[in-house]
Design a protein around this ligand. Structure first.
Ligand SMILES: Nc1ncnc2c1ncn2[C@@H]1O[C@H](COP(=O)(O)OP(=O)(O)OP(=O)(O)O)[C@@H](O)[C@H]1O
Ligand SMILES: [Mg+2]
Ligand SMILES: [Zn+2]
Length: 493
């Protein structure tokens, strides 16, 4: 009787802890014993289900499945939690190497990531960019992946080997075919999704001005007022006046959107500031991130861009309160089995709201019909601590008929060029205040009163206003304008 040897073969991939890739060695052990197939090494359910997909995929590809032997796949290190279906492809390749159907030496120079369909086709998985970045850091130069993942792999600085079927991966590793062709995409030909233009907004000069300051300084903005005055309309035009992302920022944002599975195939690199506008019914995990295998929330999807909370008081109180920490730190920590995961969350917050539940407040032509109780309950929903984080608050009155009939306002492109100039100035010049400006700020701390955070925020807004004016000094008038955007008296408090 022929002796069955014990064989081990390895394939490399990366697991993600949040956005961070961790190297995983997939070891396929073939040994004599009771025939069977087990996956060990802290694999979650999607990973365990790989057994069925891998076996079925291998057989559909007319390859041999090891019979009469015990097959164990170990995902090492065992202490690291493995989530998702991206391990299918590396598991298949390790099994095929253990059964000598692909050369182990050649497989060693590659990483692999992808889900297997039962018929052996290879599907893309979320987070391919971060996985490929892990491969690059591990010194691996080629990543076998599904064709739609290839642009992300290329962005990581490694060579994609895009395959559509397990057969193709095997033929390539055996040297029977060349690496399937990958045509790099032209990064500078990418554009963002369609963003509406500021030219559409009639009148509302004060709102427009506040939007421009918000964009130039990366501030947070609260727009309040009666219904139908253009609050939502104006807020949606903020991303269109923000400068495009730098290449590093683009990669950072793309990594997050890739992990969330939200990268559109036709735009594999996010080059413009993201814009997120979750519905007011959204849960805290959806907004700040979370879930059993932690996903980035809206605050992280809005990283380096804009988070619009339209109808702010309609959001759940716990959701609003959970925004306070990322607004301060620019990151969120999401709880997960075995420790917390960090996601970046440096976004600009824009909120819109009516001044009372019936919406009439702030409109001189209509009488508010809200009972004191309803009004009090409405005010309850927004904590002072949250409101304090809005650098600018503007009430938008009902536009007069003449304003609505006026010719279109400045287009976004013109406003954006002023913002780019101001940003350049903010980067290059240290802020200096005139004595009068400092005196006005100190005076406001007592008079308004301003919290410590409030004072800092007013000072920053004043600096942005000076930069927009092309002034090397922050002057009294700039502080005065910044102070005029602190919460107006009629806002619920
Ligand atoms: N200043 C404006 N310039 C041009 N169109 C406007 C203006 N204000 C309102 N509109 C028109 O009214 C519509 C509703 O405006 P929008 O949704 O922005 O109001 P809103 O202030 O957000 O109201 P609500 O408080 O009910 O949410 C817009 O889609 C637009 O057609
Ligand atoms: Mg609205
Ligand atoms: Zn009312």
């Amino acid at each position: 009787m022929p002796r069955v040897r014990r064989v081990v073969a390895r394939a490399v991939t990366h697991a993600l802890v949040g956005l961070e890739p961790r190297k995983v060695e997939v070891e396929a052990h073939l040994q004599p014993g009771v025939p069977g197939f087990a996956i060990v090494g802290l694999a979650d359910r999607a990973c365990q289900e790989a057994k069925h997909r891998v076996r079925s995929g291998v057989l559909s590809a007319s390859l041999q499945w090891p019979l009469n032997r015990r097959l164990t796949v170990n995902l090492a290190p065992a202490a690291l939690r493995k989530e998702g279906s991206g391990f299918d492809l590396p598991i298949s390749l390790a099994v095929l190497a253990a059964t000598r159907q692909v050369p182990a030496e050649r497989l060693a120079g590659h990483a692999a990531v992808g889900e297997l369909a039962l018929d052996g086709r290879i599907r893309p998985v979320a987070g391919a960019l971060a996985v490929a970045e892990g491969a690059r850091r591990a010194g691996i130069e080629r990543v076998v992946c599904a064709a739609p993942s290839a642009p992300e792999v290329a962005l990581a600085g490694v060579k994609p080997v895009p395959v559509s079927h397990l057969c193709e991966a095997v033929a390539y590793l055996r040297g029977e075919i060349d690496a399937p062709h990958y045509e790099p995409f032209a990064e500078d030909a990418l554009d963002g999704a369609y963003v509406p233009d500021l030219a559409d907004v009639r009148g509302q000069e004060r709102g427009r001005r506040a939007l421009e300051i918000t964009a130039a300084g990366g501030h947070n903005l609260l727009l309040s007022g009666p219904p139908g005055t253009g609050k939502t309309m104006l807020a949606r035009r903020l991303p269109g006046i923000l400068p495009p992302l730098t290449r590093d920022e683009a990669l950072e944002v793309t990594r997050i959107h890739s992990v969330a599975g939200l990268l559109p195939p036709e735009r594999p690199l996010v080059t413009v500031p993201p814009f997120r506008a979750p519905h007011h019914g959204a849960s805290a995990p959806a907004v700040v991130g979370g879930g059993s295998s932690p996903r980035p929330g809206e605050v992280s999807l809005a990283h380096r861009g804009v988070l619009l909370l339209d109808e702010l008081p309609e959001f759940r109180r716990d959701v609003l309160e959970s925004l306070r920490q990322p607004l301060e730190d620019g990151v969120v920590w999401v709880a997960r089995v075995g420790g917390n995961v960090r996601f970046p969350a440096r976004f600009q917050l824009v909120g819109t709201m009516n001044l009372c539940p019936c919406g009439a407040r702030g409109d001189p032509a209509v009488e508010c019909s809200c009972t004191p109780q309803r009004l009090a309950a409405y005010r309850e929903r927004l904590s002072r601590a949250l409101l304090d984080r809005f650098d600018l608050a503007v009430s938008m009155p009902r536009p007069r008929a003449a304003e609505l009939a006026a010719p279109p306002g400045e287009p976004s492109s013109v406003v954006r060029s002023r913002i780019e100039a101001a940003r350049e100035r903010l980067r290059s010049e240290p802020p200096r205040r005139t004595e009068a400006a400092s005196a006005l700020l100190s005076d406001a701390v007592d008079r308004l009163p301003l919290s410590g955070r409030g004072r800092l925020r007013v000072a920053r807004v004043a600096r942005t206003i000076a930069a927009l004016a092309g002034s090397p000094l922050v002057e009294e008038a700039h502080v005065a304008e910044a102070l005029s955007y602190r919460l107006p008296a009629e806002l619920p408090s």
